[in-house]
Design a protein around this ligand. Structure first.
Ligand SMILES: C[S@@+](CC[C@H](N)C(=O)[O-])C[C@H]1O[C@@H](n2cnc3c(N)ncnc32)[C@H](O)[C@@H]1O
Length: 205
């Protein structure tokens, strides 16, 4: 199922028109998101290195972190999105690849990931949190969104014009998995604006 889901997600973003339907064009996150991005930034030194997993077109988050002095590296499996990201955020580095790509070199002060981690099977989430832990410097931080409902696999046949898939554990289990991977949760907030998402700000122990 893991490979099937990856193929479906990759081909969905390649064939669909996510970038023009959903991706945002502003360089400032929405107020709820900005509070959490600012919480992250307030705990980092200026010029902190920030890795964005599933960065999409780089807007608004990578543009915002870059503007605030962050040295941003974004990675996304969609080449199409990375083409936009490189135009949208000139000061950042963008790579085409999977969350686990070997192209991600070195360690980071922070890792962010918004609305992306639920695109791999939930059975891989433990491995992914461990991977994030290994990519962080001492006391490194993560700011990520996860799902709030348990869904082994959810497929939408028409997400921005193409099939798309999601997979998630429920919020409480997600928090436990992040803690078990060696993180201390600093802030957990559930976002009910349009869709439901769990936002976690956590620190590497
Ligand atoms: C809903 S979009 C969110 C993009 C961006 N983070 C944002 O919030 O605007 C999800 C992104 O995750 C990327 N993605 C999905 N699975 C991925 C994977 N296994 N590795 C890297 N990127 C992935 C997709 O290509 C897509 O750009």
């Amino acid at each position: 199922m893991a490979q099937n889901m990856r193929t479906l997600v990759a081909s969905g973003y390649a064939a669909g028109h996510y970038a023009t339907t959903y991706a945002r064009t502003m360089s400032t996150p929405e107020p709820f998101e900005q509070v959490l991005c600012d919480e992250l930034l307030s705990r980092l030194h200026s010029k902190a290195s920030i890795l964005d997993l599933g960065c999409g077109v780089g807007l608004p988050y990578d543009a915002y972190f870059s503007k605030k002095g962050g040295v941003v590296t974004g990675i996304d499996l969609s080449e199409k999105h990375i083409v936009h990201a490189r135009k949208n955020v000139a000061g950042a580095t963008f790579l085409v690849g999977d969350f686990f790509s070997k192209e991600i070199k070195g360690t980071f002060d922070a890792i962010v990931s918004f609305y992306a981690l639920f695109h791999i099977p939930r059975t891989e989430h433990t491995k992914l949190f461990a991977h994030m832990h290994s990519l962080l410097k001492k006391n490194g931080l993560i700011l990520i969104t996860l799902g709030v409902d348990s869904m082994k696999l959810s497929v939408n046949k028409d997400f921005a014009g193409a099939p798309m898939a999601w997979s998630s554990y429920a919020a409480e289990k997600n928090k436990k998995l992040v803690q078990a991977a060696g993180f201390e949760i600093l802030i957990a907030a559930e976002d009910y604006r349009t869709e439901r998402h769990l936002w976690l700000l956590a620190k590497k122990k």
